[in-house]
Design a protein around this ligand. Structure first.
Ligand code: HEC
Length: 226
């Protein structure tokens, strides 16, 4: 069934006129079972939408559309729709939206890419003196060889190659893999669940274990800046 997942209410100043309850009424009139609102860098309409949707017997999907600073040029901001798939992710959205406005007083509320992957917070919990991710450590993680999947000695480069702006071939299947670098392949690092899924699987392939938050942060920093 089709559900609208990208809508702006009057809480997105100058970007939308309807109130959250108008969206609920419209969704109900179309026979849709759920509705999301993705207001720009805020979640002011959250309570209202949730209450109205619950009352109407449909599901409210909680959300925001947030600006993410380009990793290439800090003057450029991309818009990213975030939809919470569980309470944990709703909490993440609350902290991202707060961070976006606290970090940018008086200007456009935005986050950086590292903020989304919430790895920084995870690492800080383990190590309060943590200063930031390191591309050099990330390079070592990406290029060093280990006995991995099927007992083969491989590294991340076995599938992704060493030139991240070029396509490569999967070591096991021979299938073409599009360039990993977001500079060469803008589709990269745009879908959180995909990144999480692949990083988990790929670490297991090479290291026979999951990566720590620090390792994942370092290797992503390396890939993004390569
Ligand atoms: C056995 C082959 C293989 C190895 C080894 C491998 N990858 Fe991957 N990786 C893939 C495939 C296949 C995909 C998904 C297809 C695609 O996105 O093009 C992928 C996707 C990814 C993505 C997803 C990026 C995105 O948002 O689209 C990241 C990040 C990644 N790999 C990082 C790594 C890292 C870090 C390592 C080393 C720990 C690694 N990969 C090792 C095959 C591999």
């Amino acid at each position: 069934m089709f559900v609208h997942l990208h809508n702006h209410s009057h809480y997105s100043i100058l970007e939308g006129l309807p109130k959250p309850k108008d969206y609920v009424a419209k969704a109900v009139s179309f026979g849709m079972k759920a509705i999301a609102i993705t207001d720009t860098s805020n979640i002011h309409g959250c309570h209202e939408l949730y209450k109205e949707a619950k009352y109407a017997g449909i599901k409210a999907i909680l959300w925001t559309e947030i600006y993410v600073e380009s990793s290439l040029d800090s003057k450029i901001n991309h818009k990213l729709v975030l939809l919470a798939k569980s309470l944990k992710w709703y909490r993440n959205i609350i902290s991202l939206v707060s961070k976006a406005s606290l970090d940018n007083p008086g200007t456009i509320s935005k986050i950086k890419f590292e903020d989304i992957i919430s790895l920084k917070q995870e690492v800080l919990k383990e190590n309060p003196s943590f200063k930031g991710f390191d591309a050099k450590r990330g390079e070592e993680i990406f290029t060093s060889k280990h006995i991995g999947k099927k007992g083969k000695e491989i590294s991340c480069t076995s599938c992704h190659g060493i030139e991240l702006n070029k396509s490569s071939e999967n070591f096991f299947t021979g299938k073409v893999i599009e360039p990993l670098s977001p500079k060469a392949n803008p589709k990269r690092f745009t879908q959180l669940d995909e990144i999480e899924k692949w990083i988990k699987r790929n670490f297991n392939d090479v290291y026979n274990r999951e990566g720590t938050a620090l390792e994942k942060g370092d290797v992503i920093t390396y890939i993004i800046n390569k």
